[in-house]
Ligand binder design. Structure first.
Ligand SMILES: [Zn+2]
Length: 319
């Protein structure tokens, strides 16, 4: 089970040492950006504590199997519904589940997105954490620790999770999906350390989009640029425009890093676009364009005439 986790060697080694010494804290805070596997580590940690085999978590005993299926009575998980909040009723549900002694000898309560607790839920949670019943352990998971009550934070043993490296993500993407390594590298770079984000990116349309941008950049041809702007602006996918701007921002940013000698070149389509932009612009112009894109990222979803905006954008950037 530990072997299935991508990256986080340091975090896992801290947790396995805790288990070896038998010094489990009553409350942990796992913090780090979304989509890097904090919850998976939390569940595996719970399995490692509850599993009674030598090589724990073995992944096959009845305890491990139930944990993997999400039906173990001693693993309680709470999360907000959709984009909502964790409410006081959710915390009351925890209270009722921890009233009795755990069956396996230990119980774990995982609160996902703990920063989404309402004030009353957080206060109720604080009461539990102030006097946690014996043999119960809490793991609060969050990407926004600053939005959690300081009184709760002060009771937690904190483990902060690093973003995954581009190599860790591209290795995972290649092993899980049938995509070539250079596309996996693009995905890894755009995922910015989050494996969840890497999985959610549509790899095929990413490849197409990058090739289209390369085509426009290479040709430096006004007609092609206008055609591309029209096509992209008519795309029904609402996620696509902000993503396109994000992508262009990455190209410019990459070009700037090349210019400053701060990044190695991988070769491939992505670097080719950046190299063209690097050759056409001086440092100040790249910085200025990066700023334009950054501002535009916030405006695009509100803009009525997306085509006009995209044309302007492409002329500024690629022209
Ligand atoms: Zn087991």
């Amino acid at each position: 089970m530990w072997g299935e986790i991508v990256g986080h060697k340091r975090e896992i080694s801290i947790l396995t040492k805790v288990l070896e010494k038998g010094e489990l804290a009553s409350t942990y805070l796992f913090s780090g950006i979304d989509g890097i596997g904090k919850r998976k580590v939390a569940v595996t940690f719970a399995a490692a504590s509850i599993c009674s085999k030598d090589n724990r978590p073995c992944g096959t005993c009845p305890d491990c199997s139930k944990i993997i299926k999400g039906v173990h009575p001693d693993l309680v998980e709470v999360e907000a519904e959709g984009e909502g909040e964790i409410k006081i009723d959710d915390v009351r549900e925890i209270q009722s589940r921890i009233k009795y002694a755990p069956i396996s000898g230990k119980r774990f309560v995982i609160i996902n997105d703990a920063h989404r607790m309402t004030t009353s839920a957080a206060n109720a949670a604080l009461k539990i954490l102030e006097e946690p019943p014996i043999k119960n352990h809490f793991i609060l998971i969050t990407s926004m620790p600053s939005n959690i009550l300081p009184t709760i934070l002060s009771r937690c043993q904190k483990i902060s999770f690093s973003p995954l490296t581009e190599q860790e993500i591209s290795g995972y993407i290649v092993s899980k999906f049938d995509i070539p390594e250079d596309v996996a590298r693009h995905v890894a770079m755009l995922a910015e350390g989050s494996i969840g984000r890497a999985i959610n990116l549509n790899h095929e349309s990413l490849k197409t989009l990058i090739n289209e941008i390369l085509d426009v950049t290479r040709s430096n041809d006004t007609t092609r640029l206008l055609v591309a702007a029209e096509r992209w602006s008519k795309d029904g996918d609402h996620e696509r425009l902000p993503f396109l701007i994000y992508l262009l921002h990455r190209f410019i940013h990459n070009a700037l890093l090349f210019k400053l000698g701060l990044k190695d070149r991988w070769g491939g389509t992505f670097d080719e676009v950046s190299a063209i932009l690097e050759a056409r612009n001086d440092k100040d112009s790249l910085i200025r364009k990066a700023k334009v894109l950054n501002d535009m990222h916030w405006q695009i979803t509100k803009t009525y005439n997306k085509q006009l905006m995209l044309e302007e954008l492409l002329f500024t950037l690629l022209g």
